[in-house]
Write a protein of this length. Structure first.
Length: 209
């Protein structure tokens, strides 16, 4: 039997917030391949954004990631164009695969839905990409509230708390009574900044460089 990716807490909360990629859906390897292709096409060196660096940026909005890479590697990639190309690469990859879910978190969401307990997605993916991921995994019927970087001011994605705070607002729940399920450090920092508890989801399987 495989080791569970997450331990569901026994404590109850009034609102439950879930990151998407790497938390509900095992999509990190697909995002990584899309990033590698888009960055190569836009002139990034091979050593830019290998797996560990990719994981460290988990949950951040794509244009913010590109700006970080520009600063670190002395590059001049257009943030919006590179992010758009990454999204196109990801969409293309989804045409030939069905993304697997992360069983423990999705089972929890199904229980929350059945009990009428508020739950939401707070993701670093833009809305188009988030909906495509949910459809590919077959769980697009589980959430009425989905908050993405499209819903907050530019530059206010994770690790800032705005996405999670907006989830709480739309659920009608005090942030202090919310718990966030996250696999990435920027999202965990965002939960802490928003005054919310968090549950860490175990890492995705590493992709060879």
């Amino acid at each position: 039997m495989s080791t569970p990716r997450v331990q569901i807490p026994s404590q109850t909360y009034d609102g439950y917030i879930f990151d998407l990629d790497g938390t509900l859906v095992d999509s990190m390897a697909t995002h990584y391949r899309a990033w590698r292709q888009a960055l190569q096409e836009n002139g990034a060196p091979h050593e830019a954004f290998l797996w560990d660096e990719f994981i460290a940026h988990g949950g951040m909005a794509a244009p913010d990631i590109v700006e970080d890479l520009n600063r670190k590697y002395g590059l001049h990639m257009d943030a919006e164009r590179t992010a758009t190309r990454k999204r196109a690469c990801y969409d293309h990859l989804l045409e030939t695969q069905k993304l697997p879910v992360i069983d423990e978190t999705v089972a929890l969401v199904r229980r929350l839905q059945a009990a009428g307990i508020p739950h939401a997605i707070g993701t670093g993916s833009v809305r188009h990409g988030a909906l495509a991921t949910l459809r590919s995994a077959g769980i697009d019927d589980l959430f009425d509230i989905i908050v993405t970087p499209d819903d907050v001011p530019p530059g206010h994605g994770k690790p800032m708390p705005d996405i999670f705070l907006l989830c709480a607002e739309r659920m009608g729940v005090d942030p202090a009574r919310c718990v966030v399920f996250e696999d990435a450090e920027p999202g965990i920092r965002a939960a802490a900044a928003g005054g919310m508890d968090h549950v860490r989801v175990g890492p995705a399987a590493r992709v060879d460089e």
